[in-house]
Design a protein around this ligand. Structure first.
Ligand SMILES: [Cu+2]
Length: 152
């Protein structure tokens, strides 16, 4: 028992030591990570998200962009809204790109709920394969909240 406590104490001391001494080396991988992501090269397109109690809509419902563009989804009315892609309705290879590009996901290809008017969620299509991407808002699927993006 006593030996275990001593070992634990030693481990703590070592961890504290490593924390202080490790400041500089620890920053290097974090700084290198963003450089690995494909560069955002193009325009930012806005898509408004609305729900009036009966119908949920993305506006525009169809949008054509170029790989490297960013789409900014903005809550205009009737939140919560999110952006979720259907794995079966996007081009081959797109799921990997999107899962890396989407922040704070609730699940695969599923963005977080945005609850405030004016809140937004941006997805970079840098490195995204060309083709059609169908997506929806999870809570408003029963209200027809679906839309389509085409990446050229
Ligand atoms: Cu919605």
């Amino acid at each position: 028992m006593r030996a275990t406590m001593m070992v634990a104490g030693l481990a703590l001391a070592l961890a504290a030591c490593g924390g202080k001494g490790g400041d500089q080396p620890a920053e290097q991988p974090a700084a290198a990570a963003p450089a690995a992501a494909p560069a955002v090269t193009g325009a930012t397109h806005e898509v408004q998200m609305d729900f009036d109690g009966k119908v949920g809509t993305f506006t525009p419902a169809e949008l054509t962009i170029k790989a490297g563009d960013v789409v900014k989804f903005v809550v205009r009315s009737g939140p919560p809204h999110n952006v979720a892609f259907d794995a079966a309705l996007i081009p081959a290879g797109a799921a990997d790109v999107l899962n890396k590009a989407m922040a704070e996901t609730m699940g695969p290809l599923t963005g977080p709920m945005k609850v405030g008017i004016g809140e937004s969620y941006e997805i970079s299509f840098a490195g995204a394969p060309a083709g059609t991407y169908e997506y929806h808002c999870t809570p408003h699927v029963p209200f027809g909240m679906k839309a389509k993006l085409t990446v050229q």
